[in-house]
Each structure stands twice: as C-alpha cells, then as structure tokens.
Design a protein around this ligand. Structure first.
Ligand SMILES: CC(C)(COP(=O)(O)OP(=O)(O)OC[C@H]1O[C@@H](n2cnc3c(N)ncnc32)[C@H](O)[C@@H]1OP(=O)(O)O)[C@@H](O)C(=O)NCCC(=O)NCCS
Length: 228
C-alpha cells in the first residue's frame, strides 16, 4: 500500500467510533476495508461541514430495516443522509429530505438472478440488449433501484420489480411494497440523478421531493484508491 494512502486511511480510521472501527477491522479484503473507512469518514466530514462540530462526535442509530440516521441526541430529525461504498469508490449525500445513493463498479458481471427479479418492462429492455449495452442498462437500473430503496429505507428486503424504470427519458412506476412508504405510488414525489463519477463506476441518487419543493442537498464522492 502506498505510504500516502496508508496515512490517509489511518487518519480517517481515527475519526470512526469504536463500533465502526470494529466493523472496519472485520473486512478481510483491504479494498473493502478502505472503502468502508473512507465512506464513514466522508459522512462524518460532510456532517461537520454542514452542521458544525467535531467529525468524531457524531452518533448514529439504525432504523427498523437498518437505515442509519443521526442519533436522537443530535436533535436533527429532519436531517437525512446515505452512503454507498464499492471497491475503489465511495459516495455520501446529506439532505433535508429522504435520500438514497448507490455506487457500483459497472464493469463487473451482471448477477442474472437479480436481473430476473426486475419488472417485466425492464426485463424486456435487457432482453433486447447484449454485451456492453446489456451491462450498461443493467447497472443503470440497478443503481436507480438501490438508490430509491435506500432512500425509503427498505433496502433489498423486498421486491425488486418496484420501482420500475423506463430509460431515456427516465420515468418511474412505483408499486406498494410491504416495507415501503405509506404513499408509494406517486412518482412525482421523487427525483432521480445519475452520473458516471469516473471510469468503470455508475452512481444514482434518489431524493423524495414532496410538492415539487427545490432540493437542497450536498453530495460527495471519494475514490479511496486516489488518496494522495
Ligand atoms: C442496505 C443495502 C441496500 C446495501 O446495499 P449495498 O449495495 O451492499 O451497499 P451500499 O454500499 O450501497 O450501502 C451500504 C450502506 O447503506 C446504509 N444502509 C444500511 N441499511 C440501509 C437501509 N435499509 N436503507 C438505506 N440505507 C441503508 C448503511 O450506511 C450502509 O453502510 P454501512 O454498512 O457501511 O454502514 C442492503 O445491504 C440491504 O438491503 N440490507 C438490508 C436487508 C438485508 O440485510 N437483508 C439481508 C439479506 S436479504
């Protein structure tokens, strides 16, 4: 490991609380551990930049399906955030509305068992594509779905055929789901963003925007492989 990278990781590791440090140490793969440490340090930095205070001081608690939120002691129930870490790239978003973010390495193999659980229209789109185009469509759909399911807090606990996306132009259809929000059928309440933050990665972000209110969010992406 390069000296600069090791120094950054040590410093970032020092920002984490005991439970985060314990989880970090349980990663066997160095790149997974680096991504975990970078994501949690980035979140702490972004929270302190937005709200003030020491990055080390933030405490978190998990919602019913595991979505982390700021601990009640911070008295900011309106603050939402989400992080995502892939080998080589991490992302974090904070906002005043529910948000979810997902980053994926988009040059890997497509897990066909996952694609089979997509909505019929999505499967039809994939069936017409091959090779690089197939991978590109799959990872667009997958990151968009994950971003939404992370914004609602459902995670991957439920169905993968909702949200269902059409691409170019991007349109979403939402179906009720067991762990989803009480009023899930209004696609107009959601905004989606997509980008290619760097070669080989795809990022999607979902934010709940009731009443078409303007969005005020802060997003950050760090490539832990480029810490120098
Ligand atoms: C949350 C989940 C969507 C993460 O997907 P992923 O692509 O592996 O990971 P990402 O890097 O994009 O996101 C991980 C981060 O999302 C956040 N997260 C965890 N649960 C979440 C939830 N229910 N909703 C939104 N965000 C969640 C955490 O901050 C997590 O980071 P951490 O593990 O370092 O604390 C997925 O693991 C999941 O659905 N878990 C809950 C259901 C579950 O565990 N089922 C068991 C197997 S079916």
């Amino acid at each position: 490991m390069a000296d600069a990278e090791a120094r950054h990781l040590d410093r970032w590791f020092g920002l984490l609380d005991a439970s985060e440090q314990g989880r970090a140490m349980r990663f066997r793969n160095r790149a997974d551990r680096a991504a975990y440490v970078a994501a949690h340090a980035l979140l702490r930095h972004m929270l302190s930049k937005a709200l003030g205070g020491d990055p080390k001081a933030w405490a978190f608690e998990a919602g019913p399906l595991g979505k982390p939120a700021l601990a009640a002691v911070h008295l900011r129930p309106w603050l939402h955030f989400n992080i995502s870490h892939a080998r080589g790239l991490v992302a974090c978003v904070i906002a005043g509305v529910p948000v979810g973010v997902d980053v994926e390495a988009s040059d890997g193999n497509v897990p066909s068992a996952v694609a089979e659980r997509f909505a019929p229209g999505e499967r039809a789109m994939l069936a017409k594509a091959a090779g690089a185009e197939y991978r590109s469509i799959f990872f667009r759909l997958w990151t968009l779905k994950e971003a939404y399911l992370k914004a609602t807090g459902e995670g991957l606990s439920g169905r993968l055929d909702s949200p269902a996306f059409q691409l170019d132009p991007l349109r979403v259809t939402l179906w009720p789901s067991e762990n989803g929000p009480a009023e899930p059928n209004n696609p107009d309440a959601w905004r989606f963003f997509e980008c290619l933050p760097c070669d080989g990665y795809r990022l999607a972000l979902a934010a709940r925007r009731p009443n078409r209110t303007p969005l005020d969010l802060v997003a950050g992406v760090i490539d832990p492989a480029d810490l120098g």
